[in-house]
Design a protein around this ligand. Sequence first.
Ligand code: NOJ
Ligand code: CA
Length: 558
Amino acid sequence: MIGGSANNAQLADAGAAWWHDAVIYECHLPSFRDGNGDGIGDLDGLVASLDYLGSTLGIDAIWTGPFYRSPLLDQGFDVSDYTDVEPTFGTLDTFDRLICEAHARGLRIIIDYIPNHTSDQHPWFVESRSSLMNPKRHWYVWRDPAPGGGVPNNWMSEAGGSVWEWDDQTGQYYLHSHLKEQPDLNWRTADVRTTMLDVLRFWLGRGADGIRIDVAHMLMKDPGFRDNPSAPEGNDNMFDLQHPDFGSQLHIHDRRHPDTHEVLAQIRAVVDEYPGTVTIAEIEAMPWEDWARYYGSAMDGMHLPFPFRLLETPWRADLLRFELEALYESMPDGGWPTIALGNHDRVRLATRLGAAQARVAAVMLLTLAATPCLLYGDELGLIEQAVPIARQRDYFARATGGVTRDPTRTPMPWNGGPNAGFSTAGESDLWLPVAHNADDVNVDVQLTNPASFLSMYRDLLRLRTASSALRRGKIAFLPGTSSRDSVLAYLRTSPIDQKIVALNLVDAPTAVRVPSAGTVAISTTARGAGETVGPVLRLAANEAVVIDVPKELRHEDH
Ligand code: NOJ
Ligand code: CA
């Protein structure tokens, strides 16, 4: 009856940490809530949202987005002082208040750690570029021109164009994997490591509960700076390109260097000085066996490597099952996965899949054997909002003609008031324009509607919290239907609880055989909770359902 169940006994052995049971919420700070009326979201606004996030929605941990001193060319991923708060977002006192108020509500705070690059305005870089002999020269990656002149090698930046920028004053190029205003730090320089590890101590000592490491796979580059090979024809990945230049080559020498794992283990060792803190690594999509290496050879690497490969899998039952089984099979003993289906760099889920399937995706996100990571606004079914060029903030696109990420990052709609309750500023001063349908898609309006996206998310979050099978149980994939794109189904089992999850990924009714009958706990359609269904389960078009299996019908062998 059970087809191709993943070997996930290790899930049960992963021990107990708060983040095993947690649901993480990605808040993109400038877009979340403006506390001081200047049109830009900030830490005060986040503090004012904690009751919503905790008691109303029911998530457990907030990934904040960057709030360090920054010229804000990359929404704060261009840091000019790692140990101070950007005044646009607040002060160190506001950060301390955030920690205090969050902890008082049982919420954890995960902050961004941006070790690969600084802003070109960072005093370290200003010093580094001031002369060839400056003691900070080797804090960044400087190279002479190629023997025949021109850039040292062919590496392409994610923001488009070469990663090398010429510096007239000192007659060398510096490396920037993103914008030219984001020079890469040189993690092969011992002082960079010690200083950047102390940055971690600064924030973890102030009470942060964990870090999300920006582009963790990029920290070490090929020391020989070899050219990347060209990408074969048709290699483009529609989800992975900020700029077509970037996709023109295979990035085998500028990122994912094996030495990266040694640096990540050093970062982890510092994190371990603060018991109970978690490391999430942003790493690009890669084969699962490479992804699994980010846990560390002795589980001394990252707690939660981000699964971008899953975000990039077409929405088809057989392909998703294939990737999920590969994920679980490649996970090392003692490892624990995190799952995300969207983030601030990608197309919004409800735009990519449509509203009906975004509901199905919500059920998947919150019922897999993994710590779910949910992007702000996805709980409302927020869609992409076109942003006119004059209002765009994503400097990647503005500087080099790449794809703008602004439509994903429009303000959180809180209510039907001016600026959807995001800010009291004038409309033209808003960080980004509010979604055009914010009168219908906002927190207040959805709270009053039991059939809304938000009500569904709240129900799902409560179901997950109450179910040991959904939080900690093993997962076994079920056969689904003969149609390769339609049904993804799985069984979640803990010693005291069993749930069947069936997701109809297409816009047509179907039927699937599940291991036993049970009662509906949640459905994305009008089907009432408590209805008895199965073992032949008829699913409506776009229906996702979670079924509670009564004790006497449970399959103890799965
Ligand atoms: C990954 C972040 O998610 C993205 O938003 C940012 O532009 C780059 N890293 C550079 O820091
Ligand atoms: Ca503000």
